[in-house]
Design a protein. Structure first.
Length: 351
């Protein structure tokens, strides 16, 4: 999921649970890499409970899904969830039971309501109680506990763990009020401490941001002293000797050879997707790169994103206009500074 102006790690107006909902919407597994795998995972876990219940009660698998055995299945669901979860486990188990009940009774609305609760989409306790009979909902205060519960559930299914990737950390940096920004950094510290002090296991958080987001001592993570002391780079690390076990892994820019290989592969994917053979040779790719990297400002402002975008735009033009002069297209490229204006952000008066 991405941090945006409308979601963050800490909030009291629904922006934290909005981040949780985005994470749950984007859960991916090998068979559903595009996301939306939560129902698949729930059904897989419930099926394991069904098989276990069948064996315990000597009920044939062909009959165990009959409504008359619903009680036995629900009891096992709750018992198993209580074994692997902590805070909020009772309501969590109740909602999973409702999901299974909806499956057995053919009540699609009940299943949708259960998923809605698990994804943190209920805004009031009253509505959740009417739909599902639970007293609590997932909110800004307890969403992190629910992520830990899901992690334990996934591990109990045989997965190695729960990996959460959070991109665009610049949006935490951009939070205008210093108090709210500090609260979000405090949440990162709590997650860091949980992971490194052994309070959670099999849970991996990956925050992606720019150097400024990390090192700016006025608004970045280093403005929070407890984080700065924990996130300092290993002083013995070099470009050749890397330490991938430290909390911060710095990504070095792609070199020209790596970008050339990347563009070749992108052209192959482009041609495959459009079922064409674009008239762009290896020499053309090299000429394109020379134009890009020799432009004024390229060494300071040029990023792989801009190179890729311009290259794909040119491929699209050539696909639709194959007689155009490639050299002229290459020479029309302009380099712009697309980095966030952190100077402007820093000048905003703190509230």
């Amino acid at each position: 999921a991405d941090f945006t102006p409308d979601n963050r790690l800490y909030a009291n107006d629904g922006k934290a649970v909005a981040l949780y909902s985005a994470i749950m919407d984007n859960i991916a597994i090998q068979t559903k890499p595009e996301g939306g795998a939560l129902p698949t995972l729930l059904e897989k876990w419930i099926e394991e409970v069904v098989i276990k219940t069948s064996e315990e009660h000597n009920i044939p698998l062909s009959a165990i899904r009959d409504e008359q055995y619903l009680g036995q299945i629900q009891n096992n669901i709750m018992r198993t969830i209580n074994e692997v979860t902590e805070v909020g486990g009772f309501d969590f188990g109740t909602v999973v039971m409702k999901y299974y009940e909806g499956y057995i009774k053919g009540d699609e609305q009940l299943r949708r309501n259960a998923l809605k609760w698990l994804k943190g989409e209920y805004s009031t306790k009253t509505e959740a109680r009417q739909d599902l009979g639970v007293r609590e909902i997932i909110n800004d205060l307890n969403y992190y506990d629910m992520l830990k519960n899901f992690c334990k559930l996934f591990v109990s299914m045989g997965y190695s763990g729960f990996m959460i990737n959070l991109d665009e950390a610049i949006n935490l940096y951009k939070i205008s009020t210093s108090v709210m920004r500090e609260k979000n950094y405090e949440k990162i510290l709590a997650i860091y401490n949980d992971c490194f002090q052994g309070k959670v296991s099999n849970l991996f958080f990956n925050f992606a941001g720019t150097k400024e987001v990390l090192e700016n001592e006025r608004r970045g993570l280093f403005s929070y002293h407890a984080l700065k002391s924990r996130l300092q780079t290993n002083k013995f690390e070099t470009v050749e000797i890397r330490d991938f076990a430290q909390p911060v892994i710095r990504l070095f820019p792609l070199n020209h050879n790596e970008i050339f290989v990347l563009l070749k592969k992108l052209k192959a994917i482009f041609d495959f997707n459009y079922k064409v053979t674009t008239n762009v040779t290896d020499n053309d790719i090299q000429a394109f790169m020379e134009e890009m990297f020799n432009k004024p400002g390229a060494s300071e402002f040029l990023t792989p994103r801009e190179v890729i975008r311009d290259f794909l735009n040119i491929l699209n033009i050539l696909r639709q206009n194959p007689s155009l002069d490639k050299g002229r297209l290459f020479s029309d490229i302009e380099i712009a500074d697309e980095r966030p204006d952190t100077v402007l952000i820093d000048s905003i008066e703190e509230l």
